[in-house]
Design a protein around this ligand. Structure first.
Ligand code: 2P0
Length: 333
């Protein structure tokens, strides 16, 4: 029997097992957060974060993570100006990821990440975090990796990080290879300058079940999950059509149905997974009321209670009548 494929064994095909820094430190590098219009939900390979379906996202311009790395006398991880305990899950994940490149006995480092989005609130900070970390590793160790490798390696840190290497619309192609090296994200050339994303913050506290455990539980226990890959494939086609035609109705309807279908699979898991809170449902009802009144606004939702609105610039004033405190992002600047 052949050896199981690991992150280390895949990376070793492209890089020496131990790499050394090319500088004492590198300045912070930025990667944007992203919100999927067709979601990544379920893995065909848990070790490599290989997805069961392709996904399509939109990056959040200036919202994301800035990560710097420097030489240090011991490994240390900082998040938003505070040192994180070495045995904390986040710190362990970050250092384990660095070890994939520098080896277990490489020179200790300080990793300093500043997120300008709420951490672990369903606003995809792990996506921007691992994408920025991958870019910082690339600079600090002088790897000069091409974009496809940066995306594939960032994906091993967190699946959705594969998409956060680019701005704008990004498709993460699921790939078919066993080592996952064709499971990479690519940017779409299309822009959509009038597109807006509104953040309805229901609760920015850390969630009880992270998306990694949530998706594994769904795949393992929800019979409803069987229909998800078919739905995702059809939605991806519709989104490509919507983007090519500048058809906002098709984009919004597809994204909203995709998100609710993903949540349906979670609700059908056991133990059930319901990330919604009463205020999430209240926001959905408000969105449907607004639509019934002729305002073209749709929503998407990730593994958390917060709602992300989709609309175009010409509807912004009307949408704000329903959501006065809305944070609005223009993903194309
Ligand atoms: C997405 N999510 O496409 C979906 C929708 C959450 C719901 O990608 O285990 O943190 O690190 O690969 O990337 C969040 O999953 O999971 C996510 P791992 P990740 O945005």
């Amino acid at each position: 029997m052949s050896e199981p494929i690991t992150k280390q064994s895949v990376i070793a095909n492209y890089l020496p097992t131990v790499v050394a820094p090319v500088a004492d430190h590198i300045d912070a590098v930025f990667a944007p957060s992203n919100i999927a219009l067709c979601k990544y939900w379920g893995k065909r390979d848990v070790e490599l974060n290989l997805p069961i379906n392709s996904s399509l996202s939109i990056s959040l311009a200036h919202l994301g993570s800035n990560t710097a790395i420097s030489v240090s006398d011991e490994d240390q991880v900082w998040l938003n100006g505070q040192r994180v305990a070495a045995d904390d899950k986040f710190a362990r994940k970050v250092i384990a990821f660095i070890e994939l490149f520098r080896g277990p006995n490489g020179l200790p480092v300080k990793v300093d990440t500043q997120n300008n989005i709420p951490t672990a609130a369903g606003l995809a900070s792990s996506a921007s975090g691992f994408a920025a970390l991958m870019l910082a590793i690339d600079g600090f160790y002088g790897l000069q990796l091409e974009p496809a490798l940066l995306s594939a390696f960032a994906r091993m840190g967190s699946g959705s990080a594969s998409r956060s290497l680019y701005q704008g619309f990004v498709e993460w192609q699921m790939g078919v290879q066993e080592d996952g090296m064709d499971s990479i994200a690519l940017p779409l050339a299309n822009r959509w300058d009038s597109l807006r994303i509104g953040l309805v913050k229901v609760n920015i506290a850390e969630k009880a079940v992270d998306s990694r455990s949530g998706m594994n539980r769904t795949v393992a226990t929800a019979h409803l999950y069987q229909s998800w890959p078919l739905q995702a494939a059809a939605d991806l086609e519709r989104l490509h059509q919507a983007i090519a035609d500048n058809n906002f109705t098709l984009l919004g309807e597809t994204a909203e149905q995709n998100a609710l279908s993903m949540h349906a699979t979670m609700i059908a898991a056991w133990p059930p997974l319901l990330y919604w809170q009463p205020d999430s449902v209240a926001a959905m009802q408000t969105i449907w009321q607004a639509r019934a009144a002729g305002v073209e606004v749709y929503f998407t939702m990730d593994a958390g209670p917060n709602i992300k609105l989709l609309f175009t610039a010409d509807s912004e004033a009307a949408v704000k009548q329903y959501f006065p405190d809305l944070d609005v992002i223009a993903p194309f600047g």
